[in-house]
Design a protein around this ligand. Structure first.
Ligand SMILES: CC(C)(COP(=O)(O)OP(=O)(O)OC[C@H]1O[C@@H](n2cnc3c(N)ncnc32)[C@H](O)[C@@H]1OP(=O)(O)O)[C@@H](O)C(=O)NCCC(=O)NCCS
Length: 145
């Protein structure tokens, strides 16, 4: 059964591994562990049958939710789990006063761009050479009602 809960330090190793495998880079164990203690951050972990299968995390700064990262184990894609995690993060951000969502996504990550477009985000600008491999980031935003 799917469960969503806050990030625990004991999740960090598995999540960093998953992120490196799927995205080719990771925010790193130390930073992710720090997020578990950061009052401005909300990092939500998904578990299925008690196994950690992914996370989404963001910061609410002033009135903006900045989504920092989002990964799910490919064995659990296309079941609406991403949608549930995304919705949970947005609901939490709204209670903290967020009025917009903002995120960066790698230019060639079409699956993620599709996902965010489906959630109503729009491409607003490009950040050149944003990633370690020299790829550009597409900045996407949405106003929250
Ligand atoms: C982006 C990501 C988190 C989406 O996770 P997900 O759980 O597959 O998301 P959902 O299932 O909610 O939606 C994904 C697709 O499944 C479809 N879907 C949702 N529920 C479904 C269901 N019950 N049956 C079939 N398809 C379904 C959605 O319509 C969506 O379709 P689309 O991709 O054609 O637009 C996941 O693909 C991922 O981890 N990617 C690699 C990491 C990554 O790129 N992260 C983003 C960094 S910015």
């Amino acid at each position: 059964m799917l469960k969503l809960r806050d990030l625990w330090i004991s999740d960090v190793e598995k999540l960093v591994e998953l992120e490196a495998k799927l995205l080719g880079e990771t925010i790193g164990s130390e930073m992710l562990a720090n997020e578990a203690r950061n009052p401005l951050a909300k990092f939500i972990v998904a578990t299925y049958a008690k196994q950690v299968i992914g996370y989404i995390g963001g910061w609410v700064v002033a009135d903006e939710l900045e989504i920092i990262n989002f990964v799910i184990d490919p064995g659990y894609w296309h079941q609406g789990i991403g949608q549930k995690m995304f919705n949970r993060l947005i609901e939490d951000a709204k209670t903290k006063g967020a009025k917009t969502i903002c995120l960066e996504v790698k230019e060639n990550n079409q699956r993620a761009v599709n996902f965010y477009t489906l959630q109503g985000l729009k491409k607003v600008r490009v950040r050149k050479n944003y990633y370690h491999d020299g790829k550009d980031a597409i900045v996407m935003m949405k106003e929250l009602l």
